[in-house]
Design a protein around this ligand. Structure first.
Ligand code: GRF
Length: 201
């Protein structure tokens, strides 16, 4: 099946770019129906424009509360025909109303081997903790931060002389591959996302 994607961003959008490139190359059977940014100045919006993908900014500051902000996002995503939502560097916590609008169809990419190092600066957390390995995770989003059924992980060794930025760059390269591979497996029907019934006969 072709995945009809809404990609949520707040910043750089390199994971968005990886998705767009994989679709372009034919390695991912998906369509980015909408790129939704929480920031009007997110550099990822330019990547959407260059790829001629529809994009919109939903600014939380323009809404009086979280429910109204999330309803505005749901309306945009539904209007665009999105069936799956990918959080690709989206820096807002999502509440129950948003999660229930796309049950078990919201995926997140996080730069650690969850459940280790959830939250901000996962790469710095890993480095400071002294572990010798970290990585990245794609998971289904639930009501807790960086939590929910894990769909895929990839390990990245930490080098003795690593800096936070060097480590973050190596993890990011793995994120791009893992996110595309996970989405492609779902599209091929090889990976059944927990909590939803496969559409395959
Ligand atoms: C990535 O490290 C992702 O794991 C995290 O936010 C970062 C987004 O990077 N959730 P980009 O905007 O996709 O380049």
């Amino acid at each position: 099946m072709t995945l009809e994607l809404g990609v949520l961003i707040s910043g750089r959008g390199s994971n968005l770019a990886a998705i767009l490139q994989a679709i372009d190359c034919g390695t991912l059977d998906a369509r980015v129906r909408l790129v939704l940014s929480s920031r009007v100045d997110a550099p990822g919006l330019e990547k959407a424009r260059l790829a001629r993908v529809p994009s919109v900014t939903v600014d939380p500051r323009a809404h009086s509360d979280r429910m109204s902000f999330e309803q505005a996002m749901v309306d945009e995503l539904r209007r665009a025909g999105c069936e799956w939502v990918v959080l690709a560097g989206f820096l807002r916590i999502l509440g129950r109303e948003f999660l229930e609008a796309f049950p078990s169809r919201i995926l997140n990419i996080h730069p650690s081997l969850l459940p280790a190092f959830p939250g901000l600066d996962a790469q710095g957390q890993a480095l400071a903790s002294g572990v010798t390995e970290t990585g990245c995770t794609v998971h289904v989003v639930d009501e807790r931060i960086d939590h929910g059924p894990i769909l895929g992980q990839r390990a990245v060794p930490i080098r003795p002389d690593d800096t936070r930025d060097a480590l973050a760059d190596r993890i990011l390269a793995c994120e791009h591959a893992l996110l595309v591979e996970t989405l492609a497996s779902i599209a091929r029907g090889e990976l059944v996302v927990p909590g939803r019934v496969s559409e395959r006969p």
